[in-house]
Design a protein around this ligand. Structure first.
Ligand SMILES: [Zn+2]
Length: 268
């Protein structure tokens, strides 16, 4: 599932072709749970609009339009934006034809993604539920949010209302770098540990963005390239392999329904 780095890599590539452009044609698929805004309405409200800005909060992209409305998109499990001309034409949810001649395509095999149009002056309930973005949150708010929760650290990092953007891969990698065991209760983490963890989260997310994100199953950059950061994972998906730090065999457990990878020796 795309997490903050994959969504940010997508945002940067899509912004180059989308921002400042007028939407001249809109094609939408049949109604499905992908469309929070019904496809027929989406087509009507997007036609002729100019995209002013493409922002990101957590794993959500939001395009600000020239009539002060906005388009909120979540990639879900398998959602992909493409500006490169897709070789496959199945599972396409919508296409935007721009005045530059470029066509932007959104493809989503499993349709766990979401698209929602937000009227001028309105707000998206989905965005309103999010905590601060993981690259923006300061230590004070991060530590306070952990202090109020008795859940395991892994679950706290996945809770998008605490901080937005971290998913299964980057939670495991950041906890490993910060030497915090994923089962520790969030409220038992000290301020110094929270500071170390926040630094780890930021440095790993930034490194992944530079590497084009992580491709585990489906993720592709909008230009069709695979991500590169999966080659730098230290623990994610590596249960049974030796810990890169201490050579202890890495553990894999299921925590809150999610596979979780860690070193039982050097994470406490
Ligand atoms: Zn270790």
């Amino acid at each position: 599932m795309p997490e903050l780095p994959e969504v940010e890599v997508t945002r940067r590539q899509i912004a180059r072709v989308l921002v400042g452009r007028r939407i001249e044609t809109v094609w939408v698929a049949s109604p499905s749970y992908f469309f929070v805004t019904p496809p027929a309405q989406l087509k009507k409200v997007l036609l002729g609009r100019v995209v002013k800005e493409l922002g990101r909060t957590g794993k959500y992209l939001h395009a600000e339009l020239d009539d002060a409305s906005s388009l909120v998109v979540h990639l879900g499990m398998t959602g992909q934006w493409s500006a490169a001309g897709l070789s496959r034409s199945d599972h396409i949810q919508f296409r935007l034809g721009l005045d530059s001649g470029t066509e932007l395509v959104f493809r989503d095999v499993r349709k766990f993604g979401k698209v929602e149009w937000v009227r001028p002056g309105g707000s998206s309930a989905r965005l309103a539920r999010l905590g601060p973005d993981a690259l923006e949150i300061g230590l004070g708010p991060f530590y306070e949010r952990l202090q109020s929760r008795a859940i395991p650290m892994k679950s706290a990092l996945l809770d998008q209302s605490i901080l937005a953007g971290v998913g299964n891969i980057y939670a495991d990698e950041a906890l490993y770098q910060a030497r915090i065991v994923p089962t520790r209760r969030a409220r038992d983490v000290t301020r110094a540990e929270a500071a170390t963890l926040l630094r780890a989260i930021r440095s790993i997310l930034r490194a992944s963005i530079r590497g084009g994100g992580s491709t585990i199953n489906d993720y592709l950059q909008p230009d069709g390239e695979l991500g590169g950061f999966q080659n730098w994972h230290k623990v994610y998906g590596k249960g049974g392999a030796p810990c890169p730090r201490c050579k202890t065999v890495l553990s894999r457990v299921v925590l809150g329904g999610r596979s979780t990878h860690f070193c039982a020796r050097c994470q406490r």
